[in-house]
Design a protein around this ligand. Sequence first.
Ligand SMILES: [Zn+2]
Ligand SMILES: [Zn+2]
Length: 301
Amino acid sequence: MSRSASSRANRRGEPPSSPEPLPSPAVDSHTHVDIAVGGEDREPTEAEVDEAIAAAVAVNVPRLVQVGVDVASSRWSAELAARHPNVLAAVALHPNEAGAGAATEAALAEIDRLAAQPRVRAVGETGLDRYRTGEDGWAPQEASFRAHIDIAKRHGIALVIHDRDAHDDVLRVLDEEGAPEHTVLHCFSGDAGFARACIERGHVLSFAGTLTFGSAGRLREAAAITPLDQLLVETDAPFLTPVPLRGRPNSPRLVPHTVRALAEVTGTDLKQLCASLTSTAERVFGSWQHEDPSAASGGTA
Ligand SMILES: [Zn+2]
Ligand SMILES: [Zn+2]
């Protein structure tokens, strides 16, 4: 989702209480802590951000991927990852921002520069959105997607894809450009057929709270046929709050609801699924541990 979409974020009602902690550490592979905590109008304080992350750690979610959607939020994400042991960052210009003309040469150069930072481990979210962006914006959106694929490959880091109503075109562009080794379809929204096409290519499917929605039978079929080592789970907070809290504000600490739903859908032992989500996330994004021990701030993630 994009920052400009944050007015559509779930803001009704009090923040729900945290679910029961997971039996083993898991991961929120895609979240927007800046928007979830601060909203559209203001930047959250460091204390508020740390509190939201601590609440995730408390339910056994000690690994988060914080995702940028424009130059400002990508910088913010890179800075958070640099200072926080529980966070890695992804940086990009969101497809809806690109469709509106934001993917200028200068903006792409800044994303390229941020992608070189040691705790920036993915380029994303990039991709195609044919739902929010009208036909006029499709050409700049696709050009931006291609540029982001190139940045990810040059830096040897993962690619995180936003795909809204654009399944075939996303695969076409990936096939034409050559996908990076680690490519994630965030908030996977296809059916079993599209899942199969992604799985065959070695891509990783990340499921959001939509997996828990009553109407999401086809999504659950897609999850059920996905090999365990190609599965991730995310909140996309503040969006897409999982059942039974749908419509209330989403936050990384709520990802256990979706992890439990995925365990049920895939018939996997919950502990085993948590272990698999962590190892897949570390394969895709690398270790959360600070490379430089003198820079570590005591986290165990
Ligand atoms: Zn998205
Ligand atoms: Zn997102």
